[in-house]
Design a protein around this ligand. Structure first.
Ligand SMILES: [Mn+2]
Length: 269
């Protein structure tokens, strides 16, 4: 399995914070698809606060959706919603994911027919009986959970324009360290109260814990200035990975994958 979250796919304009990483993300998806991974996207995959219509995002990143469709058609794609794509709680809105208009062929064609949108899921290891809650993570953050509608309007009409001129929202947990720590503390408390680990996104801060500490894992995001981060689960072991562009010995740019931390065994959670 591979987990990414907070891809924030947008319209490929200057306001699209994912645009500069799309080549890296597409290459990573190709890698995971070839190796038969199941891709779980833990929320905020599509940036519906800034762009109301999913069709705009679909056509701006058609190469990415072409790859995602390969996973989906092979039952290896699971879509969770986060605060930025919470609109997909509405079954009518989900229909926008079922098909799209193919400009080249001039026809409506299927994308993710019958897709199910999840808020959360529990991943249970049969051998150790340990459990991990898969969820986006805004549930531990009031402004982004209960007040999501107000925040979404602010983002659509104010912050989107600010992004174009290079300014970021300082109150967003992804940009604010104090807020991020507060949310991380809440996750840890929840883990201790429930005896279940958490694997989420939302804060944009990647995290793989040490064995014996509270099992709080975070994928990080795909809009970082230098590459994307995610979590792989291979043979009951978790790895935190980073994909980025670097120069090789000949000065040619290559996309590369680095294990930042791990392995962390399921039984050590
Ligand atoms: Mn979020």
């Amino acid at each position: 399995m591979v987990f990414f979250s907070d891809v924030h796919r947008g319209d490929n304009s200057l306001a699209d914070e994912f645009a500069h990483n799309q080549t890296i993300f597409a290459y990573a998806l190709e890698y995971y698809n070839k190796l038969g991974y199941h891709y779980l996207e833990l929320g905020d995959g599509d940036e519906l606060w800034e762009y109301k219509k999913f069709s705009l995002i679909r056509s701006a990143h058609s190469d990415i959706f072409y790859l995602l469709k390969k996973f989906y058609d092979d039952s290896r794609f699971t879509y969770f919603y986060g605060n930025h794509n919470m609109m997909f709680r509405n079954p009518n809105k989900v229909k926008e994911l079922h098909q799209f208009y193919d400009d080249y062929q001039d026809i409506e064609t299927s994308l993710f027919p019958g897709i199910k949108i999840y808020e959360s899921m529990v991943l249970k290891d049969e051998k150790s009986q340990k459990e991990v809650l898969l969820v986006h993570g805004h549930q531990g953050d009031t402004t982004n959970d209960k007040l999501w509608f107000v925040s979404s309007i602010l983002v659509r009409y104010f912050w989107r324009n600010m992004h174009v001129i290079g300014l970021k929202n300082p109150a967003s947990p992804s940009k604010n360290r104090v807020k991020r720590h507060k949310i991380e503390k809440r996750y840890t408390k929840w883990i201790q109260n429930h005896g279940v680990g958490i694997l989420c996104g939302h804060t944009h801060r990647p995290k793989l814990p040490d064995a014996g500490t509270p099992p709080y894992m975070n994928t990080g995001c795909c809009i970082h200035p230098r590459g994307i981060t995610g979590i792989e689960l291979i043979n009951r072991e978790f790895y935190l990975v980073n994909w980025y562009i670097k120069g090789d010995d000949f000065g040619q740019l290559i996309i590369t994958r680095k294990i930042v931390k791990g392995p962390l065994k399921f039984e050590d959670l």
